[in-house]
Ligand binder design. Structure first.
Ligand SMILES: [Zn+2]
Length: 376
């Protein structure tokens, strides 16, 4: 196992790439999907089962963990990996995005963000330096720069001002992170939907120098066309030989389109959150198991899926446990959704390696266009 952090691309197909991000805690096959373990758990899943779905890496949220149970406490208990029983790589976000989106009680200055906890109202000060410290205390393998991003739509002046602040915070994050062999720090490109700002941001980040580069400020309500518009150029503004991570994306078709455009890493709460609300994500698109059409249906959710929900249970059972609010409903559908996402990523990796990505993507869209099987 590698003692340092590195990225090796084994095949290209068009703008898409497949390869391996190596870390001392294990390899991450790319393109990679990272399940979200917000509060030191992927909700409704045991960590060993998350691994069984094919996940190589999890994402943890700095904002939630700093408030509860606290970064120092997790550090004293042996770090996040031991605390949550996941010995493979963990990426943590910087807390910036969630402070901005989750709390109204905040004050943004050059120094950082002051905010009040949504849990008990106590006051916190999050700066690039403190974010680096928290992510170090957690033991995160891939640390994200502390940044700021405006909700879209926003005017050019606001987007530029925010991007410039994020680039100053990127330098402070780099300085505070220091030299930590085996651990990686990713910069985050900002600039909204403005190509010139994205270019300026990419240049500023490369001048500082990072182990990987995220494309930030997307999936914030701009829609898929606008997002793909940015992804038509943004990945190419970043270094070819470093991993590229599209933050907070996305739906299966968002991920497929982004992989075609050269993105290597993704995270999203969608498969786990949907699993708790009765929505299955399948080859045929989204299926709402709460719908009465499934009440008497003895067939599996997807006859070709090898996950426990599809192997051992009927649509009628999945419908019943979701209607009855039984915990196993969340467990089974979260498992299925994460299994489906990881299977999709494996399909993308294999297709890129074989030089057959276009055919794979055509089949992906054709299957979705069929829609769910007809009711019995
Ligand atoms: Zn399944």
């Amino acid at each position: 196992m590698s003692k340092s952090f590195s990225f090796h691309i084994s095949a290209n197909d068009g703008r898409a790439r497949t390869g391996i991000v190596s870390t001392p805690k294990g390899d991450i096959r790319t393109p990679a999907f990272m399940p979200v373990g917000t509060a030191a758990t992927v909700k409704a899943m045991m960590p060993e089962n998350v691994r069984e779905t094919g996940a190589d890496i999890l994402l943890g949220n700095t904002y939630h963990l700093m408030l509860r149970p606290g970064a120092e406490r997790i550090h004293n208990l042996g770090g996040l990996h031991k605390f949550m029983n996941w010995d493979r790589p963990i990426l943590t976000d910087s807390g910036g995005f969630q402070v901005m989106s989750l709390t109204d009680l905040r004050k943004l200055t050059e120094e950082g963000v002051k905010f009040r906890s949504h849990i008990d109202g106590s006051e916190y000060n999050l700066t690039p330096e403190r974010s680096m410290e928290i992510q170090r205390l957690l033991g995160s393998d891939i640390v994200m720069c502390f940044d700021e991003c405006p909700a879209l739509p926003a005017d050019r002046a606001r987007i530029n001002e925010s991007m410039q602040l994020s680039m100053r915070w990127a330098q402070r994050s780099r300085d505070a992170f220091g030299d930590r062999p085996g651990y990686a720090l990713f910069g985050i490109q900002q600039g909204g939907l403005e190509q010139d700002f994205r270019e300026e941001s990419a240049e500023a980040l490369q001048k500082i120098g990072f182990d990987g580069y995220a494309i930030g400020g997307l999936a914030v309500g701009e829609g898929q066309d606008a997002m793909f518009g940015v992804l038509d150029y943004a990945p190419n503004q970043l270094p070819q030989d470093k991993p590229r991570y599209l933050m907070g994306v996305g739906k299966p078709d968002d991920i497929v389109g982004a992989v075609q455009r050269g993105v290597d890493m993704f995270d999203c709460v969608l498969p786990s959150r949907s699993g708790r609300t009765g929505q299955a994500l399948t080859r045929f698109g989204a299926v709402n198991l709460r719908n009465a059409r499934h009440k008497d249906d003895p067939r599996p959710l997807d006859e070709n899926c090898t996950c426990p929900a599809c192997s051992n249970y009927s649509r009628a059972y999945l419908h019943h446990v979701h209607k009855a609010g039984e915990i196993i409903g969340s467990m089974l559908l979260t498992w299925h959704n994460l299994h489906y996402y990881q299977e999709l990523m494996q399909g993308l990796r294999d297709a890129i390696a074989a030089g057959e990505l276009d055919a794979f993507v055509a089949q992906f869209h054709a299957t979705r266009a069929q829609g769910d099987i007809d009711p019995i």
